[in-house]
Design a protein around this ligand. Sequence first.
Ligand SMILES: [Zn+2]
Length: 93
Amino acid sequence: MAQDHEYEVRVRWGETADELNDALDLADDYRAKMHAAYRSRDNILRQFDKLYRYHRETENGCACGKTKCETLAVINADWISDLIARVHERDVN
Ligand SMILES: [Zn+2]
């Protein structure tokens, strides 16, 4: 009777440990995916940042020479500039 109980406790404990390990593996997997997503987001923002070198607002339209530049219209969105500024801040720190 007591042995049965002990056996059952050991089985349950083993199952709990397995579940915990599965959960930890899953967490590692998510963390890795999240880091990969951050890296690709950073890479995209760095590409955008390069575009800023050729496409900037000047008194006579865009620095690339066009008065109505489609590229500038895309990269000049505030949320993109904010994200790029944040990447720069992080690079400095
Ligand atoms: Zn341009």
